[in-house]
Every structure is written in structure tokens, then in C-alpha cells.
Ligand binder design. Structure first.
Ligand SMILES: [Zn+2]
Length: 272
């Protein structure tokens, strides 16, 4: 473990290092970590900014969209001046401005059956902040196949959900929770039903907190639990999730052994 921090790093991360649960060793673990953020939108924005601020050594970000005016109500990594810029570039500028010491790896592409696994295998942990089921299932299946922990958040209107999936360490996967994607058009997206901008900020920040907890190995993991926040009622609740013994991807008789089933699915790759 390389504990060789510069004086600037010690000052930058002093409020972390002061925490007994983090300390110098924990901060070195954050520096050594490689985290992939899928979607540089409403969830990905606060997520990336906090991961960069926290000193995650390498942050990959995948998104093939350009910054649009309608994004700026919630996607706080982007700016009015960067409308028309690729979101991964804009998010990289914002994250680097907070912490030039972290390495940002922008991937301006749409995840698909052919590239998802090889990209996910380059990272230790994956965060999903996308707005469509096709990409969610693709990322979730790829994480099971690559044995990567997935920290998954979702928002709609005034509600947010968050969980951690790591069946390789016990607990359910995303498909244990939702066996199949609902038919297209049956569940509205944020672009159809709207979302209160600050709700994405809260959920993206909670997602960042869970990423840091997983890397530091502290606290109680959200694996096996789903956190649900109702912003209108100002109420958080947690429900237990069970592993599906017949799960098609993480069960003992799994039928999904690769991502080929995702090949026919065309996903709108927009982030929340
Ligand atoms: Zn499963």
C-alpha cells in the first residue's frame, strides 16, 4: 500500500484522514480505486464530483450524449457554456477542476453487448445512473459476469431508489430483483414524467457515499437492501431484497453466460 501522500494531498484529504474509519490507509485505498460511472447525467453529476473530491484515483465515465439546455435543471457537472459539448468531456472538466489529482477516463460511447464487458472489467466497481432499462440490465448482467460490485441508483419524479448488488460476495443481483425489463413504454422515464432536480442530487450523493463505503469496507453495505426515498413525504425506508435461487444470471442454473441476448436491444443511452 502506497501511503506516500504529498503535503497538498494530506491537506486536501485531512477531513477524511481525521476519520478513524478512513485514515491514511483508507485514503490510499480511495486513491488506488478505479470506479466506472455509467451516465454523466443527474445522478452521474454529483456522483462524479464527490468521487473526484474524495480522491478516487481513477474515474471512468461513459455517456454518448451532448450537453443540452434541458439537462441543466439537474445535471450540475455541466454548464450553460458547455451546451453542445460531449457530456463525458464536460463532466471531466468539472471533476478535474475540483481535483486535478484524479485521473478521469472519458468514454464517449454507448454501452452495448460488444463493449460493456471489456470496459467494466477495467474497473473495480461500477455505478449505474442511466435512465433506461435496456442499459440497466446490460450493465447489471455485465457486472455479474465480471464479478464487479454495482452501486445502482434510480430517480423518477419525487422518488429515488438505491442499492448495491454484489452476488459474488453474497446477496442478490439486479435481475434477482427485476427478472426482466418491463415492456418498452410501460414505465415512464424522466424525460416523459419529469424529475425534481434536487432529488437526483440527493440520490447521486447517496450513491457516492455507498461507493466510498464499499471501497473503504466500512459500515453496513446496502447489498441485499433497497433504500427508497420519497421526497414529498420526506421519508426514507429500506426493504430487504432476497436472492432469487432461479435467477437467470447469478443463480446456480444461470442461462445468461454472456451478453449476446442484449445484442438485439437498442437502448436510448440517455442518462437521467
Ligand atoms: Zn441474480
Amino acid at each position: 500500500m502506497d501511503l506516500d501522500f504529498s503535503e497538498d494531498e494530506i491537506r486536501r484529504y485531512s477531513r477524511h484522514i481525521l476519520l478513524g474509519e478512513v485514515g491514511g490507509v483508507g485514503q490510499a485505498n480511495l486513491k488506488a480505486a478505479r470506479v466506472l460511472v455509467v451516465g454523466a447525467g443527474g445522478l452521474g453529476s454529483p456522483l462524479m464530483l464527490y468521487l473526484a473530491a474524495a480522491g478516487i484515483g481513477t474515474i471512468g465515465v461513459v455517456d454518448d450524449d451532448l450537453v443540452e439546455l434541458s439537462n441543466l435543471q439537474r445535471q450540475v457537472a455541466h454548464t450553460t457554456a458547455r451546451i453542445g459539448t460531449p457530456k463525458v468531456e464536460s463532466a471531466a472538466i468539472a471533476a478535474s477542476a475540483i481535483n486535478p489529482g484524479v485521473r478521469i477516463e472519458p468514454h464517449a460511447l454507448r454501452l452495448n453487448a460488444d463493449n460493456a464487458l471489456s470496459l467494466i472489467e477495467c474497473y473495480d466497481l461500477v455505478c449505474d445512473g442511466t435512465d433506461n432499462f435496456a442499459t440497466r440490465f446490460l450493465v447489471a448482467d455485465a457486472c455479474v459476469l465480471a464479478r464487479r460490485t454495482l452501486v445502482s441508483a434510480a430517480v423518477l419524479r419525487f422518488e429515488g431508489q438505491l442499492s448495491v448488488f454484489k452476488p459474488h460476495a453474497g446477496g442478490p443481483c439486479y435481475r434477482c430483483l427485476y427478472a426482466e425489463a418491463p415492456p418498452e413504454g410501460t414505465v415512464p422515464t424522466c424525460s416523459e414524467a419529469g424529475v425534481l432536480g434536487a432529488v437526483t442530487g440527493v440520490m447521486g450523493t447517496l450513491q457516492a457515499t455507498e461507493v466510498l463505503k464499499e471501497i473503504l469496507g466500512i459500515g453496513e453495505s446496502l447489498a441485499g437492501r433497497l433504500l427508497i426515498w420519497d421526497a414529498l413525504a420526506s421519508r426514507f425506508r429500506t426493504v430487504q431484497l432476497r436472492r432469487d435461487p432461479h435467477c437467470a444470471v447469478c443463480g446456480p442454473e444461470a442461462t445468461i453466460k454472456d451478453l449476446s441476448a442484449h445484442r438485439d436491444v437498442t437502448a436510448p443511452a440517455c442518462a437521467v
